[in-house]
Write a protein that binds this ligand. Structure first.
Ligand SMILES: [Zn+2]
Ligand SMILES: [Zn+2]
Length: 142
């Protein structure tokens, strides 16, 4: 039987079991945050010290600070195109908010400018036009 590598936990799952498995990851927790986010497999993430990398962001509209999980930081540093929705979870609002409304407490830079800068450094990873259209469609329905 063929197996699919889960993009959340990176286990190999039988393809017939995969839809139910993925559903478990996508269930919303009681605080509204997804159980887990897509990340790069551990061996593909940025390794080593994250010194100098900002990890806590402030949502300027509500004033709440939220910590960025380590595995997400290590994934987007490697591939800044991984989270194309340009939104992040605010624990104060209990929902996803635009990156533009959030600033890093460490650097004062807004998250959108930060990710745009990282993307500009890695144009070779830019997804094809089809992926970007798909994301645009998904955003329309959010
Ligand atoms: Zn999984
Ligand atoms: Zn908020």
């Amino acid at each position: 039987m063929s197996k699919i590598r889960c993009q959340y936990c990176h286990e190999y799952i039988d393809s017939s079991d995969y839809p139910a498995h993925e559903d478990e990851h996508l269930k919303l927790r009681s605080d509204g945050q997804q159980n887990e986010y897509v990340t790069l497999p551990p061996e593909e993430r940025v390794e080593g010290d994250l010194e100098g990398v900002p990890t806590v962001y402030l949502h300027t509209k509500c004033g709440h600070a939220t910590g960025m999980p380590d595995e997400i930081t290590r994934s987007y540093l490697k591939n800044p195109y991984l989270y194309l929705a340009d939104a992040t979870f605010c624990t104060g609002c209990g929902k996803h908010v635009p990156l533009r409304e959030c600033v890093w407490t460490e650097t004062g830079e807004d998250l959108q400018s930060h990710i745009d800068r990282l993307r500009a450094e890695k144009p070779e990873l830019r997804p094809g036009i089809f992926m970007r259209m798909l994301v645009a469609v998904v955003k329309m329905f959010q």
